[in-house]
Write a protein that binds this ligand. Structure first.
Ligand code: ADP
Ligand code: ZN
Length: 646
């Protein structure tokens, strides 16, 4: 006879959305069965405990099953009390009183056969439940978390889910869309040929390169070139950025590398492009501080393993981009890995014109637009800047409701890109304006007298972008690759012209010149330590050569004796001091012109074009300037001009 054990209360589980209704339904069914099944057994009449004891003592009870929570007992035939109980009932149940320890004795005394209940006979469900429910709850919660995080932090979406991101299919970009980087294009043309006619090379036993490193400043078009290679060859393009490999959990990056290569191999021939390779492949040697690099190291190792692992001619070609090749781990550049380097340079004037043409294809240009002239005025611009420039000009024309983009729009756009957007809202107070005006005119007058610095095109005291309160725009007449000694001196003097004007007019300096001073000092130092322009120190390089594309990467001094260091310092100071003296002498001599031009600038806020040039043409050179430009020295008898600083 089944003895009902206590039923488990229904347990509230978080709904496992992901594991689907199936498990949930199963769970519910089991639970319901557990409640219902015992109900199929006979329903026993319940009597009070005292009745039970009374019946025992009256010798009416035949046998009893004593459970923890229930006692069932059968009554001897013909002895039941027919008034209270249905005649047919022979078996009753009662709830035991826990502390009644006398019961066994009483039962024995009255010859009642008694026993404990058999271990639960409806237990198969109970047992099943006790095994099934906890894992269900566990998986339910797990599934719920995963579901909730869906697409969220990578910490929980590890593995293959990122797969889609790598592949961009065929790019549709052609070499025609990339301009101004002809050398890089020529080198990559070979890769296109490898991909297109692989058997031409493999038949002769040639090994197709596995990895090509594209090196160049940001925005020079490395990504675009990689896409163009894929587009020209008509193969799929997989891309991922080095920084995406670096993840929260150690090992994720490595598994991602594995995943990427697995996909790529399935779709070979194809291009795999890794942007920012330096984020991943930083030299392990230079970076052994306090652990923390395990993840990157593992990822890097996996990448190396994968590169070694696939056969040379499977048709997977890796292109990677970086602007800091010197920090890459040497292991990455061994033969069979990224053993080819393609430099993607900043475009020259002709290149810039070509890039402008590419981006102006879909822009309506007015007749007066001369892309060649724009290219001349934008030295140092990279492809991304030029793309931005064209767009900016088009926006300006649209804002002015002009039917086509005019040269004036481009000129305005150049300024915007160079100096940041005009911020007319930032207002200088009168005194600040006066200082800025004199400062800028100081640059302009000194600059007008110096060789090779280009024409001063515009002076403005309209604050722009961050930091620049005013600016002097000096545009070169041509691309310059070399700077002569005198031009460097002239440049330093021009840089100091702003501060010198403040000194002469106000007898004090402001913080506004700090950027100028920084640049002037850097230039002076480079002329001594890198260009070997100092007479006393001679053509010895005291700094390790800096690679051209490494913007802002300061190169370390060679190990030099303290004496030489002192000498360098003295030379640098002399160069700067002499240039400062010349700037002061020029402005002193042209003081009237300085004040007059500054007043005009304050009045108009912007001076440019012929009016400005006519003004600056009046500037006169002081006597010592010529010889200083040639030798860098001032005549013996000159005392450095000193201005009183309050
Ligand atoms: P990088 O990868 O070197 O940082 P990108 O290839 O991402 O530079 O260049 C960004 C954008 O700048 C390109 O999408 C393209 O519009 C423009 N661009 C850059 N270089 C060139 C170029 N040489 N010719 C045409 N457009 C270019
Ligand atoms: Zn300045």
């Amino acid at each position: 006879m089944p003895v009902e054990t206590h039923n488990k209360p229904p347990i509230k589980t978080p709904k496992p959305r992901q594991l689907g209704g199936g498990l949930l339904v199963l769970f519910t069914v089991l639970l319901v069965l557990n409640f219902i099944l015992p109900g199929f057994g006979p329903r026993l009449p319940q009597v009070p405990y005292s009745d039970f004891v009374a019946k025992v003592e009256a010798n009416q009870v035949d046998r009893a099953i004593i459970g923890q929570e229930q006692i069932e007992f059968s009554v001897k035939p013909n002895t039941q009390d027919s008034q209270d109980q249905p005649a047919t009932a022979k078996v009753f149940k009662t709830t035991p009183v826990a502390l009644d320890l006398d019961l066994p004795k009483i039962l024995r005394d009255h010859n009642v056969e008694f026993a404990a209940p058999q271990p639960s006979s409806n237990g198969w469900i109970g047992t099943l439940l006790s095994w099934v429910v906890p894992p269900l709850i566990f998986f339910g919660i797990w599934g719920w978390i995963l579901n909730r995080q869906g697409g969220g932090p990578a910490s929980l979406t590890v593995g293959k889910s990122k797969a889609r991101i790598y592949s961009e299919g065929t790019t549709g970009v052609k070499f025609g869309d990339v301009a101004g980087v002809d050398e890089a294009k020529a080198e990559l043309q070979e890769i296109v040929d490898f991909l297109k006619n692989a058997d031409k090379y493999t038949r002769l036993g040639a090994k197709i390169p596995k990895g090509v490193l594209l090196v160049g400043s940001p925005g020079t078009g490395k990504t675009l070139l990689a896409k163009a290679v894929a587009g020209e060859a008509g193969v799929p393009f997989f891309s991922i950025s080095g920084s995406e490999f670096i993840e929260l959990f150690v090992g994720v990056g490595a598994s991602r590398v594995r995943d990427l290569f697995e996909q790529a191999k399935q779709q070979a021939p194809c291009i795999v492009f890794i942007d920012e390779l330096d984020a991943l492949g930083k030299s392990r040697a230079g970076n052994n501080m306090l652990g923390g690099n395990d993840e990157r190291e593992q990822t890097l190792n996996q990448l190396l393993t994968e590169m070694d692992g696939f056969e040379a001619n499977t048709g997977v070609i890796l292109l990677a981009a970086t602007n800091r090749p010197e920090v890459l781990d040497p292991a990455l550049r061994r033969p069979g890995r990224f053993d080819r380097q393609v430099v993607v340079d900043r475009p020259d004037k002709i290149g810039r014109e070509a890039i402008l043409k590419v981006h102006a294809r879909n822009v309506k240009l007015a007749d007066d637009v001369n892309l060649g002239l724009i290219a001349i005025r934008t030295p140092g611009f990279v492809g991304a800047d030029l793309a931005n420039l064209v767009n900016e000009a088009a926006l300006l024309a649209a804002r002015g409701n002009r039917p086509a983009v005019q040269m004036a729009d481009f000129n305005e756009a150049i300024e915007r890109v160079i100096a940041g957007l005009e911020k007319k809202s930032r207002v200088l107070n009168e005194m600040e304006k006066k200082i800025v005006a004199n400062h800028e005119v100081g640059h302009a007058i000194v600059g007008a007298l110096m060789p090779g610095a280009g024409k001063v095109e515009k002076i403005s005291i309209v604050p722009r972008g961050v930091g620049a309160l005013g600016y002097t725009l000096q545009l070169p007449e041509e691309d310059r690759f070399l700077m002569a000694e005198d031009e460097i001196r002239g440049r330093i003097a021009t840089l100091l012209g702003g501060r010198s004007a403040e000194e002469i007019i106000f007898n004090k300096v402001s913080t506004g010149a700090s950027d100028d001073i920084q640049k002037a000092t850097d230039l002076a130092e480079r002329s001594v330590t890198l260009y070997g322009m100092s007479d006393t120190l001679g053509p010895v390089a005291f700094e390790k050569a800096q690679q051209q594309f490494l913007d802002g990467y300061s190169s370390p001094r060679r190990t030099v004796s303290p004496k030489v260091t002192e000498q360098i310092d003295r030379e640098v100071k002399e160069i700067v001091d002499n240039a400062h003296h010349i700037a002061l002498a020029i402005l002193d001599k042209n003081r009237e012109l300085l004040e007059e031009t500054a007043r005009a600038l304050l009045d108009k806020e912007v001076l440019e074009g012929d009016a400005l040039r006519a003004q600056l043409n009046r500037a006169q050179a002081p006597a010592e300037m010529e010889s200083w430009l040639c030798t860098g020295k001032l005549p013996e008898e000159t005392h450095l001009m000193q201005t009183v600083l309050v």
